[in-house]
Design a binder for this molecule. Structure first.
Ligand code: CA
Length: 382
C-alpha cells in the first residue's frame, strides 16, 4: 500500500467517523404501544460529534410556563447520537442546546410511526432576533418561541429582542397579551434578524399576508427566500388604477382591513383570449411547498368580477387545480373559503409553487387577509 493511498484511506475514515456522513443507528422500540422512538445525530461545524448535549422535546404549541405539559429529554452520546423512546403521537419541537450553538426542529409524529430517524444535523451557532408588537403595552407582556422555554419582555415601545436563539424555523407568539399575534422566521447562525411586526393570527390558522407591512413579500417569504406578490397579464389588458402598469398596488381601504391589494383591470373587447392574474409565489420551482396539512385557503375580497382561484404545482401531468369565485358588487368584504383537498389532488398539494387569482374579463379586485386554515408550519417549511 503506497503512502498516498494510506492518506486517502485515512481521510475517508476520518470523514466517515466525523461529520454527517455517518448514518444514525436506527431502531428503538417498534410497537406503537410504547410510542415512537426518535433517533438523531448532531455534529459541530468542524464535523466533530456534539457530545453530552441536552435534547428537549415539548409540544409544538407549548408556551413557556405551561404546566402539565408533557416533555421528553435525552442527551447525545460520544458519537453525537441520541435516542429518545416512547414519544406520544403529536407535533413536537425539539431543541438541542450545545456548547457553540443551539438547533430547533419541529417533528410531526403520527400514531402509526414507530421509529423516526431524523438523520444528522449540524449545530452552527445561535441567532439574535428583534421585532415589534403593535399597540400599547402593560409591561408584563412577553414574546415566546413556541415549543421552547425562550421568552423575552416586550418593551413599552413595543419592541423585543432575543440574544441567542436556536437556528431553525421558529414561531414567535405574544404572551400575556389580549391579542394572539405571531411571526415566523428561519433563523440563521450569527445573523441579527428581524421578525418584523407580529401579526394577529387565530390559532389553527396561518396568515399568509394581510399587507399591513405594506410590502409585497408575503409573511413567509423569509422562510423560503421567495414569496412575492405579482401581477401578470396579457398586453391588451390595462390596469387602470395605477401609473405603474405592471406592479401590484397596495391601497389603504379606510376600514378594518387596513391595507389591501387593489387592482382594476380593463379588458379590450377586441382582444383574443385576454387574461390577467394577481398571484403570490410560494417557493421556487426547485423547492415547492407541501400544503398537505392545509385544510382550506381563506381570503377576503370585494369589488366586481369573476375570478378563477388557481393553485400552481410542479405536478407535470396536471400542474394546476382551480375553482371559480364571483365578486358581488356591493362594496362589502366577502370571506371565501376554498377546500384545497376538494379541488386539488394529494400530489398537487405536496408541490405548490404559488396561488393566483385569474380573470378573463374586466374586474375590480380587492384582496386581503389571505390565510391557510389547518396548515402546520413545520410541514410547509421543513
Ligand atoms: Ca389588510
Amino acid at each position: 500500500m503506497n503512502f498516498r493511498l494510506i492518506i486517502l484511506l485515512a481521510t475517508l475514515f476520518i470523514t466517515f467517523i466525523l461529520g454527517c456522513a455517518q448514518k444514525v443507528a436506527g431502531g428503538g422500540s417498534s410497537g406503537t404501544e410504547a410510542g415512537n422512538a426518535l433517533t438523531a445525530k448532531f455534529v459541530h461545524l468542524d464535523g466533530s460529534a456534539v457530545q453530552s448535549a441536552r435534547i428537549l422535546l415539548r409540544p409544538a404549541d407549548y408556551m413557556p410556563g405551561d404546566s402539565n405539559s408533557s416533555q421528553y429529554t435525552g442527551s447525545t452520546n460520544s458519537l453525537g447520537q441520541v435516542e429518545i423512546p416512547g414519544i406520544a403521537a403529536g407535533d413536537w419541537v425539539m431543541v438541542i442546546e450545545a456548547p457553540g450553538g443551539a438547533l430547533l426542529r419541529t417533528i410531526i409524529l403520527s400514531s402509526t410511526d414507530s421509529s423516526i430517524n431524523l438523520g444528522c444535523d449540524t449545530v452552527r451557532g445561535v441567532a439574535s432576533v428583534s421585532g415589534s408588537v403593535p399597540g400599547t403595552h402593560s409591561g408584563n407582556e412577553r414574546v415566546a418561541v413556541l415549543g421552547t422555554a425562550y421568552e423575552t419582555l416586550i418593551a413599552s415601545n413595543g419592541t423585543f429582542h432575543f440574544d441567542s436563539l436556536p437556528t431553525g424555523v421558529l414561531t414567535f407568539q405574544s404572551k400575556n397579551a389580549t391579542e394572539q399575534r405571531t411571526a415566523y422566521l428561519r433563523t440563521t447562525a450569527g445573523a441579527d434578524q428581524q421578525t418584523g411586526e407580529l401579526q394577529l393570527e387565530n390559532s389553527g390558522t396561518l396568515l399568509l399576508d394581510n399587507f399591513e407591512d405594506r410590502n409585497l413579500q408575503n409573511r413567509f417569504g423569509s422562510l423560503s427566500n421567495s414569496g412575492w406578490w405579482f401581477l401578470a397579464k396579457d398586453s391588451s389588458v390595462l390596469q387602470t388604477n395605477s401609473l405603474e402598469d405592471t406592479s401590484v398596488v397596495l391601497n389603504y381601504t379606510g376600514d378594518a382591513f387596513g391595507t389591501a391589494i387593489h387592482t382594476t383591470l380593463a379588458f379590450a373587447s377586441s382582444a383574443q383570449d385576454p387574461w390577467a392574474e394577481i398571484g403570490v409565489s410560494l417557493g421556487q420551482q426547485m423547492e415547492p411547498h407541501d400544503l398537505s396539512t392545509v385544510d382550506s385557503l381563506v381570503f377576503y375580497m370585494r369589488g366586481e368580477g369573476s375570478l378563477q382561484v388557481v393553485i400552481n404545482s410542479t405536478t407535470t401531468s396536471a400542474p394546476i387545480c382551480s375553482t371559480l369565485t364571483n365578486i358581488e358588487k356591493n362594496g362589502i368584504w366577502a370571506r371565501q373559503a376554498i377546500d384545497l383537498h376538494r379541488i386539488c389532488s394529494p400530489e398537487q398539494l405536496q408541490s405548490v409553487t404559488g396561488i393566483s387569482w385569474r380573470t378573463t374579463s374586466s374586474a375590480d379586485f380587492w384582496l386581503d387577509d389571505v390565510q391557510f386554515i389547518g396548515g402546520k408550519p413545520s410541514a410547509i417549511w421543513p
